[in-house]
Design a protein around this ligand. Structure first.
Ligand SMILES: [Fe+2]
Length: 380
């Protein structure tokens, strides 16, 4: 206990059924008259999005909508959004959607008053030092329970040609408020609920075992795991407001907890999205049991605590991995990479990308290239 630490949990969150109806009043109270709504093309067509927009417009607020984004969002998407913001003379940004829409919204928040090349701000090359200007008022509205991007302070955006993922990061990019309304997640289809839910479980579990001394994140992660264990099956198979509420909170808690770091599972998952365009949550779901199996030896005490949160009882850390396999099966998700088209000859390329990924340095155990190859082979 002879080191010093900074802990930070700052985002105001309005949570509960119907809180989205407060958005118009919030905008008026803060004298915001021309929001840019950033969402993806699918959400833009849904009735709840149209209702949010019309409710705000009825309050005398002009709404501009931006939806031009790729599934793995590109720099050019962000630049276009910045132009729309400026041309429409917007005065704030409301990100509405899953991780992609919220990442694009957050990157536009940065872009508006920061005109260097977008990737000069890449956190991995120290770019946050250039984030010196004010940024627009930023509001987030999650519509999935997975990434927890609504409480994040970074955006993952890919280069247009190479598709390499870059991270824009700054505490300035945090939302001023989150409206987390579980009613907006009620219509999510089964696969998206299961896959994004497993992403949230992966965030909580990887954060809990990640390196570093952060008892506050650890406590949040364990409770996040417990909420998911209580609700992911119901939310996926027979959703009700209670299960949807618990999943929405747990996903947000996972993102708070992973300030501490992520680990091997996300590093195994990211290359699958880059090479095979695999859904991020699905990629995590498949790799979670294998990554946790890699981490188990030497961290049995941590697995015992996760086992309690998962409802497996005391001294049951050794049951966690098999429980994760069973959970995937119950949710209708695969537990093998071959199910998403990965072949033995792909493993070298995937492993090279995984070892270059930014997540595994926080894994509790070091992960070398040969370890990635071994784990991918097991998962094949
Ligand atoms: Fe994730």
């Amino acid at each position: 206990m002879n080191k010093t630490y900074t802990y930070n949990f700052p985002t105001p969150i309005r949570f509960g059924s119907g809180v989205i109806s407060e958005l118009a009043d919030y905008l008026k109270k803060h004298n915001l008259k021309r929001p840019l709504f950033v969402t993806d093309g699918t959400v833009a067509e849904l009735s709840f999005f149209k209702k949010i927009k019309s409710d705000v417009e009825r309050a005398g607020v002009y709404v501009e909508v931006f939806t031009e984004m790729h599934k793995n969002p590109l720099k050019s998407d962000v630049l276009k959004g910045g132009v729309v913001y400026q041309n429409a003379k917007c005065d704030c940004i409301v990100g509405i959607g899953g991780g992609v829409a919220l990442d694009v919204a957050r990157a536009i928040v940065l872009r508006v008053n920061h005109k260097r090349d977008l990737f000069d701000y890449d956190d991995l090359i120290g770019g946050d030092k250039y984030v010196t200007e004010d940024v627009p008022h930023f509001i987030t509205v999650p519509t999935t329970s997975g990434t927890g991007s609504e409480v994040g302070r970074s955006a993952i955006i890919s280069e247009d040609i190479s598709k390499k993922k870059r991270i824009l990061f700054s505490p300035k990019l945090m939302a001023k408020i989150v409206f987390a309304d579980p009613m907006l997640t009620m219509e999510l289809p089964k696969f998206i609920t299961a896959a994004t839910g497993m992403d949230a479980l992966t965030h909580n579990m990887e954060a809990y075992v990640a390196k570093g001394f952060h008892p506050m994140c650890d406590g949040i992660a364990l409770e996040g795991i417990a909420l998911i264990a209580q609700s992911i099956e119901t939310a996926t198979i027979n959703p009700d407001i209670e299960s949807r509420s618990k999943m929405l909170l747990a996903s947000l808690m996972g993102a708070v907890a992973f300030q501490k770091g992520l680990g091997i599972v996300h590093s195994l998952a990211h290359p699958l999205s880059s090479v095979f365009d695999t859904h991020h949550g699905l990629a995590n779901a498949i790799n979670l049991p294998y990554g946790m199996d890699f981490n188990y030896g030497g961290f049995e005490h941590r697995f015992d605590k996760m086992a309690v949160a998962l409802g497996l009882g005391t001294n049951a850390g050794s049951k966690v991995v098999s429980h994760l396999f069973e959970l995937n099966e119950k949710l209708g998700l695969p537990s093998k990479l071959s199910a998403i088209g990965v072949k033995e000859e792909d493993i070298d390329e995937l492993s090279a990308l995984a070892v270059a990924d930014f997540c595994h340095p926080n894994n509790p155990k070091p992960v070398a290239l040969k370890d990635f190859k071994t784990v991918y082979k097991k998962a094949l």
